[in-house]
Design a protein. Sequence first.
Length: 371
Amino acid sequence: MQSTNTTAEARRLLEICNACRYCEGYCAVFPAMELRRAFSNEDLSYLANLCHNCRGCYYACQYAPPHEFAINLPKTLAELRGETYVEYAWPRPFAVLFQSNGTVISIATAVGIAVTLLLTAWLKSPQALIQPHTGPGSFYEIISEKAMIGVALATTGFSLLALAIGAVRFWRDTGGGSVMNLRALQTAIRDVLTLKNLGGAGEGCNNRDEKFSQVRRRYHHALFYGFTLCMASTTVAAIYDHILGWPAPYSFFSMPVLLGSTGGLGMMIGTAGLYWLKIVGDPEPSARKLLGADYALLMQMFLAAATGELLLAFRDTSAMGILLAVHLGIIFSFFAFMPYSKFVHGIYRSAALLRNAQERLTVKNLAGSLE
Ligand code: SF4
Ligand code: SF4
């Protein structure tokens, strides 16, 4: 991790916090901080990604602006997280996509839609987009099965590889060991699934002001579990189509449709809620230069879910062709740019939680052996 003005500022703040320790019950960052006397850049990278941006420490802090110490940990750690996304990006030249990331993701989404519409009109026919298509295999009458599978495998395969390499870089850089402890893994999975660190000191985040609320955690859950259900829907549909020989579209009460429509609804609620919280939230503890990336990813995921629901509602009409092409254009752009969008925060935060669980276990075992 390179030294920057942000690493210097994060180090300054954490050194003050380490002397103060008033916020130690708020989240995992403070107990992890207390295990250190000095903060290397790698420690800062780990602590920045461990922070869930609940903002509790900002409103609790007696040294927050206008105090001369000007402690604003949520903002500084968020800015540092943004720098870690650049640091660990693979391939390295693609790290430039994190600059003006809101514009990059918005253009990628628009281009994804335009290219899918144009290619469909060119490879099939413009009429294929505006004619009604019904019955099993009707999606393939608009976009060929080979093209759909080829683009999906290429974008998803590349993105999963890029995300995995980024996660390994983060893990090595921040001192994660080569041995995976099962108990630490269980703890980290529980922390990820419950988003425990969005709970602040038990009463939630400070979204708009000093009042606590669980609403940000709920919206995150709706988005996370909605996305998971959509992935489950795609997996079941792939098994139906390519193993059992039952091509889409499926009935309203089939497993892929029930999973996908419920997941899509969850994603729409989660993304819209998080978007709204960003608009109405206090701007002081937020990293303004990262807001574009936040808004763009939320909008992209909302559109992916909303066009999926519209496709389900209008699949028996002449609107189906255009809706399918628009939906797939958004999905392809989402997966292609996943390693270069704010989506990466989930990967690095999960890795930081695993690193934290391992660290806590090591400290506990050490304390036990000294008794
Ligand atoms: S954020 Fe402020 S109150 Fe909290 S530990 Fe740091 S210096 Fe102390
Ligand atoms: S913003 Fe919340 S999660 Fe981040 S350091 Fe402060 S209390 Fe911890």
